[in-house]
Design a protein around this ligand. Structure first.
Ligand code: GDP
Length: 699
């Protein structure tokens, strides 16, 4: 039968590790008692080592699920050790270390929670322990004090109530020198087990009372328990001296406790002798616990077996319905995710073709070009003169005023020296960063923020490493254009087409803005009135400023705050701002239309010899050349490198860098995968348990 407890404890451990429902609970021994009743001393005497947290003040804040496994010392292995399966710390042979870990786990419960019902799973392997499962609960608080408030008292009582339910066996610990009537442990047990069918009383500190009185308690006449009382003397005296001598290698103390008890109970044989039918001693207690647990487990076997069967069928059904019996592993999920990442990367980078990059760069340069045109041409009062020259067929390009020649050179140089290397590299790098971010924000990466962080970091690192080199290379390769740009007829023709469409867009933009403002001010008549008003306002402002300058030159006082001579109440300041904007747009529109007409003229169509008269076309050709050359080198210096490096970094930094634990953690970040894995594990474990219980039932 010994076999049975052992097997069932194994089953119990498996069931504990899955989220088990109450029906699956195999009986365990629950240890309750008030603080200082000697609860820890009894447990330690059974285990044979000091390992429980000590101290007056709430040392146990969480239940400890203590599984004792009787294991003969295997060759070369530590005979006695503890293990916290949930922590993955491995075998711990130093009992001080176990104690420290328990203290830390208890202290991790936030003070405002007082106690937690999340049990600590501790397994102890030793040739000196019987196969037993014991649950140590926080001790009942009897007197509330400042640091142990009323609320705590109640929380502990509730926690104990949850654990002393059927089918658990209750070990009610009471000190011999305290009246049993005052024992909260017995009181709680009587509520759920009035006949004491599953309660064992343990009377500690037998050495502190008169042997006759002690024997009376153990007879249990006052508070009868079907399973009876066991008297013990567990005070671990004399052991500290031994430990100090041996360091962490503490000897098993069960023997010492037993000898003490033999001495004590032997000395009072008349009260505790065999004939008296009274149970005393830790060894008796251990045997009693084994017997009771075993028969309790045996009687639970059939109902457990049935319950497991039902749970299993449910899990199998769910697994079939939800996942069509498809098995997955954390590893396969990681591999799949990496494949997906690479595929997505490949798919998106396919957009980064040379023509695509070139057109993006051209777009950027077009903006620069329009800014330069505005700065150098549109705001020049002589731009009409340039247009007139262009329209006069008798004017030869080489006869045009050198003013315009300088202007064209200045404009071209502004464009070629605007930091094209830096800006174009930045543009492509930004595009790649955006691409990575768009991959990272989609399924399933939204579940893995840390991984995304890493992907983004190393992709940025690859780019950063190349940015400087790429920018320098591009800048180097466009250098010749800073001195001279040769334009062929074919280039001129496309340049002119592009310039025309740029201007058409710009015209459209200005018109749209004007329409917007017209709507805002309430119609075209009002807009033209407003424009007229703003025009004369600006003219007055100009005049006044000229006067000021004149006065300033002649040393007169320039302080002049008189309002301008317009009826300033006609328009609100906000409308005047709209008016000024509308005026600016309409002036711009006039120039644009003028130049657009020039672009369409015979002269601008003719060819590159007209560059001075058609600066827009010339600059467009320059921008096009710059874009072409930049795209060419960025492709080599930045893009190819990134496309090569990124997938390799995924392999080396995302895949092969992870250990099993990290892989499991990663997979479980995705709720769909986590649910799948959980159900699969539950099903597997229930299958294992089911097989084991069926075998036991057949015996
Ligand atoms: P717990 O708070 O219920 O876990 O109680 P402990 O096991 O820490 O014991 C409380 C105090 O009683 C400690 O100082 C123990 O040394 C002492 N004690 C425990 N068992 C005995 C015993 O059998 N005899 C005597 N004299 N003292 C004991």
């Amino acid at each position: 039968l010994m076999h049975l407890t052992r097997k069932l404890i194994e089953i119990r451990s498996i069931l504990l590790s899955i989220d088990q429902s109450d029906s699956l609970k195999l009986p365990s021994i629950v240890v309750i008692g008030s603080q200082s009743s000697g609860k820890s001393s009894v447990l330690e005497a059974i285990v044979g080592h000091e390992f429980l947290p000590k101290g007056n003040n709430m040392v146990t804040r969480r239940p400890i699920e203590l599984t004792l496994i009787h294991a003969p010392a295997a060759e070369g292995n530590a005979a006695e050790y503890g293990e916290f399966p949930a922590l993955g710390l491995g075998k711990i042979t130093d009992w001080k270390e176990i104690q420290k870990t328990l203290v830390e786990l208890n202290q991790a419960v936030p003070a405002e929670e007082c106690v937690s019902d999340k049990p600590i799973d501790l397994r102890i392997h030793s040739p000196h322990v019987p196969d037993l499962t014991l649950i140590d609960l926080p001790g009942y608080v009897q007197i509330s004090s400042l640091d142990q408030p009323e609320e705590l008292k109640e929380k502990i009582a509730n926690l104990c109530d949850r654990y002393i339910k059927e089918p658990n066996i209750i070990l009610a610990v009471c000190a011999a020198n305290v009246d049993l009537a005052n024992s909260p442990a017995l009181r709680a047990s009587r509520k759920v087990d009035p006949l004491g069918l599953r309660t064992i009383g343990v009377i500690t500190k037998m050495d502190l009372v008169d042997p006759e009185a002690g024997a009376m308690i153990l007879q249990g006449n006052r508070y009868p328990l079907h399973l009876g009382y066991v008297g013990v003397v567990c005070k671990p005296t004399g052991l500290s001296a031994v430990r100090a001598h041996l360091g962490s290698e503490t000897p098993n103390m069960t023997g010492a406790v037993m000898r003490r008890e033999e001495d004590y109970f032997g000395a009072h044989r008349e009260h505790f002798g065999k004939s008296s039918n009274i149970m005393v001693g830790t060894d008796t207690l251990r045997k009693r616990l084994m017997d009771v647990l075993e028969s309790s487990m045996a009687s639970s076997l059939h109902s457990i077996s049935n319950a497991v069967q039902l749970e299993l069928e449910d899990a199998q059904y769910q697994f079939k319905v939800q996942y069509n019996d498809r098995r997955i592993t954390a590893e396969s999920y990681v591999a799949e995710t990496v494949d997906q990442l690479k595929a997505r990367f490949k798919e998106l980078t396919a957009q980064f073709t040379k023509p695509e990059i070139r057109s993006k760069l051209k777009g950027m340069l077009d903006e620069k070009l329009m800014d330069i045109l505005e700065q150098l041409y549109w705001s020049d009062k002589r731009v009409e003169e340039l247009t007139a020259l262009g329209n006069d067929p008798k004017v030869k390009p080489e006869e045009v005023d050198s003013y315009w020649r300088y202007k064209l050179d200045a404009a071209s140089s502004l464009l070629t020296k605007s930091g094209v290397g830096r800006d174009s590299t930045q543009l492509v790098a930004d595009g790649l960063r955006g691409l990575i971010e768009s991959i990272a924000s989609g399924e399933p990466f939204n579940y893995h923020p840390q991984t995304v962080e890493r992907i983004i970091q190393f992709s940025h690192a690859i780019l950063r490493e190349r940015l400087g080199v790429a920018a320098d290379q591009v800048e180097n390769c466009i250098k010749p254009y800073k001195y001279e740009v040769e334009v062929e007829d074919r280039e001129w023709t496309t340049g002119r087409d592009k310039a025309q469409s740029l201007f058409e867009n710009e015209v459209k933009m200005c018109q749209d803005k004007l329409v917007e403002i017209r709507k805002k001010v309430g119609g075209s008549r009002r807009l033209s009135n407003l424009l007229e008003y703003v025009r004369s306002l600006e003219e007055q402002e100009r005049q006044r400023s000229l006067q000021r300058i004149a006065r300033l030159k002649s040393g007169e006082d320039v302080d002049d705050d008189r309002p301008l001579m317009l009826d300033s109440y006609r328009y609100s300041p906000a409308v005047i701002i709209d008016g000024r904007q509308a005026l600016a747009y309409s002036n711009r529109l006039e120039v644009l239309k003028l130049r657009l007409a020039a672009l369409k003229s015979k002269r601008c169509r003719a060819g590159p010899e007209n560059d001075v008269l058609c600066p827009e076309v010339f600059l467009n050709v320059v921008a096009d050349k710059l874009a072409y050359t930049s795209a060419l080198f960025l492709n080599i210096e930045l893009l190819d490198h990134f496309l090569y490096q990124f997938p390799r970094e995924i392999d080396s930094r995302l895949m092969y860098d992870l250990d099993r634990k990290e892989i499991a953690k990663f997979a479980r970040e995705n709720p769909t995968i986590r649910d799948h894995l959980d159900l699969q594990e539950r099903k597997d474990k229930l299958e294992e348990v089911s097989e084991k219980t069926l075998l036991l039932c057949q015996c």
